[in-house]
Write a new protein. Structure first.
Length: 343
């Protein structure tokens, strides 16, 4: 699948349904789209024709219905929740933040009864918000004393008991917060061991937080895991100056990571071997640069899927940007990784 040249495609998210079909939610300059592969090829449908503001988040319930969030922009930003449970796409404005940015970097989760829970940044209120429709109507909580722009590293997950777990790196103060309502009330803990490093957290299970950390001004990537509030960091690679990193945990608890070089010239795939060492291989590079913010998702077989875009050279007058989307799937679990574009 190659979207129309000259259009900016961004803010994408991935999710697998119970049949193993991969679904993609993403933004265009003036619309939000759902794409999926039905076996005959990639299909597409527009969900919204309003101007999106920020990224998307996608989840699929036990019945195969899709649930998504994104932010709309119109002089102010709104957190929007959508679902196709009724057979058509229903769009609900959950939160509106005036001149701020409700819905920025939202993380959507579904509990065991299929109700939605969303954690997202809020620029105007200098904090993080949590919204849920668990009671039948949308309720919003505001918490976490940090500027929302620090929520670029926000991560959230739901445990098997439907408790919410949140990790957020505060770049100004250089430390990581952990929040959870597992006790019935929201509790905040400051985690130690990763000060003064840019951090991207992700959850592997109820309490275990995995992080990729990169020095702000030096090359190198480090990995840490914690379930007790402190981190011990292992070196993934000393030689790559990373601008963007993405981490995911497979069903077998194997750690997968995508490392985007700081100059956008190369993209790397990294995974942890059984002996604890890290294997790093080149995923893409060359004259046509892979664009920023790649995304990784792991299927039920433990295979990583990576979605990213390529910024193509300008070929004609008046064309500001041309892009193509790619999805790479790891076909082999050996140290030699074979990536094949799917669309």
């Amino acid at each position: 699948m190659i979207p129309e040249d000259g259009r900016w495609h961004s803010g994408f998210s991935l999710a697998f349904d119970s049949d193993g079909v991969l679904h993609v939610l993403h933004n265009e300059p003036d619309s939000t789209w759902h794409r999926w592969n039905d076996g005959a090829g990639w299909q597409a449908e527009a969900i919204s024709t309003q101007r999106p503001y920020s990224g998307t988040s996608l989840a699929i319930d036990a019945g195969g219905y899709l649930h998504g969030t994104y932010a709309l922009y119109g002089g102010s930003a709104s957190l929007v929740y959508v679902t196709n449970e009724s057979g058509t796409w229903d769009e609900i404005v959950v939160d509106w933040c005036g001149a701020g940015a409700a819905g920025d970097l939202a993380r959507l989760m579904l509990d065991s009864d299929g109700f939605a829970h969303v954690v997202y940044g809020d620029i105007s209120a200098n904090g993080i918000r949590y919204a849920t429709n668990r009671t039948g109507t949308w309720e919003i909580a505001k918490f976490h004393p940090t500027r929302a722009w620090d929520a670029w590293f926000l991560s959230a997950a739901m445990g098997p008991d439907d408790a919410i777990h949140i990790a957020d790196y505060n770049e100004d103060r250089s430390y990581l917060y952990y929040l959870s309502n597992k006790s019935g009330a929201w509790e905040t803990t400051r985690l130690s061991g990763i000060e003064h490093l840019r951090t991207q957290p992700v959850f592997g299970n109820t309490n275990e937080i995995h992080v990729l950390v990169t020095p702000q001004y030096d090359a190198g990537v480090y990995y840490g895991r914690s379930d007790d509030g402190s981190f011990i960091l292992d070196e993934v690679t000393p030689s790559i100056a990373v601008g963007t990193s993405t981490i995911a945990i497979g069903p077998d608890m194997v750690v997968h990571a995508i490392l985007q070089s700081d100059d956008l010239s190369s993209m790397y795939y990294a995974t942890q071997a059984t002996d604890g060492s890290w294997e790093v291989s080149l995923l893409d590079s060359g004259e046509i640069e892979p664009g920023p913010n790649p995304l990784i998702a792991i299927d039920s077989l433990g295979r990583p899927h990576v979605a990213y875009h390529m910024e193509l050279p300008r070929r004609s007058r008046g064309l500001c940007r041309a892009e193509r989307w790619f999805l790479g799937i790891q076909r082999s679990r050996s140290s030699r990784v074979c990536w094949r574009p799917r669309f």
